[in-house]
Structures are given as C-alpha cells and as structure tokens.
Design a protein around this ligand. Structure first.
Ligand SMILES: [Zn+2]
Length: 212
C-alpha cells in the first residue's frame, strides 16, 4: 500500500477509536454544561472543569481536618480560637484551641524558638491546669494547638495561656533541653522563645478577634 494512504488510514482509525471511547464513557461536553455549577450545601460538588481556579469558600473541597477548612487568608493573628471539639467514643469531650502567633503566609516563628516554647508551655501550663492533654506546634510554625480535657470558656483558656506565657518570660532555662529528655536537645533558644512571646502577650486585648 502507498505509505501516504497507510498513514491516512491509521489516523482515521485513531479518530474513530477516540470517538468510540468517549461515547462509551457516556460523558459529553453538553451533558456537563447542563449542570454547570449548581452547588447544594453539603451535597456533591460539580465535576472539575480541568481549569485551575482560585480556591474560595464556595469551591474549596470539604476536608476532614478542621484547620484545612479555615481560610487562612481571612484570619487576623494574633488570636486564640476554639478550633475543634470532639466527643470521645470512650466518653467525655476534648477541645482543641488554635493559638496563632503570626499571620499565616506572612510571618512564621523560628524553629528553635517554636521548640523551646513547646517545652516551656508544656511544662508550665500544667502548673495552672490539670486538664492539659497536649500542646504542640503547627507545622507551618505560625502557632500552636492546645488540647484540653472537657469544655472550657475561651476566656478561661486565654487566662491559662497568658499565665503560662508570663511564666515563660520569667524562666531562666528551657526544661528538658538535653539529649536525654529531648530528640534535639541542642535545638533551643530561651531568648528566642521570649522574643516570640512578647509581641503575642502585648496583643492580649486582640486575642478574641479571629477574623480580619
Ligand atoms: Zn524537644
């Protein structure tokens, strides 16, 4: 067979195969266009269009993790907010607070300061409350999560945080900053921790305002 005719025949067969595959999927552009963007609250999302769009409250997929559903552009750090409340299968309730030191995607804390605040807060907060479950840094280094046993008034949580941070300002050493008690005993800075805490404490009157 003539090579040119052979090439034409191959291309034609390819086009037929693509059309057949599209038909077998039962999805046509017209079908999608009939149901373009109708969003039912809590219902299924419309199919993706294949076009990159800016994530908004309306089109962001609902995530399992509470903070992944928070628009981090809309908050005004520093603040403290109730992030989550979980009824335990074994009984009881735990509550999780978002203690935000710096404005997300604008500023973050240094890693060694975060580490020392974690140690200092974890140890000192337990002098003020027997309901501390956990205090941990956020991976983005803009703040910390405090998990408490039971329900709390957010004002009481703020008082707990304030008292603990004042303890840290008065501290003379970082507890457990050694190779026996910590996974990176050299990675600490008491002065860096205090420098990060000072502006957060100075904005105490603004902690209850979460959104910009
Ligand atoms: Zn450590």
């Amino acid at each position: 067979m003539n090579p040119v005719l052979t090439a034409v025949a191959v291309l034609a067969l390819g086009a037929i195969a693509v059309a057949a595959a599209a038909a077998s999927r039962g999805v046509t552009p017209q079908l999608i266009a009939e149901h373009p963007t109708k969003i039912v609250p809590g219902g299924p999302r419309p199919p993706p269009t294949g076009r990159r769009t800016l994530m908004t409250e309306q089109n962001a997929p609902k995530m399992k993790v509470e903070s992944f559903n928070l628009d981090h552009r809309a908050v005004a750090a520093p603040y403290i907010r109730l992030a989550d409340r979980k009824e335990l299968k074994s009984g009881g309730v735990i509550t999780k607070y978002d203690i935000r030191f710096t404005q997300p995607n604008v500023a973050h804390l240094e890693s060694d300061a975060v580490h020392s605040i974690e140690h200092l807060f974890a140890e000192n907060s337990r002098s003020h409350s027997d309901r501390i479950v956990d205090f941990s840094p956020m991976g983005c280094r803009t703040g910390f999560y405090l998990i408490l046993d039971g329900e709390s008034e957010v004002d009481d949580v703020m008082d707990l945080v304030e008292a603990t941070l004042n303890d840290i300002l008065a501290a003379t050493e970082v507890p457990a900053a050694n190779e026996v008690q910590c996974g990176w005993g050299a990675h600490h800075t008491l002065e860096g921790a205090k420098s990060a805490i000072e502006p957060f404490l100075a904005a105490r009157s603004e902690w209850s305002r979460v959104m910009a």
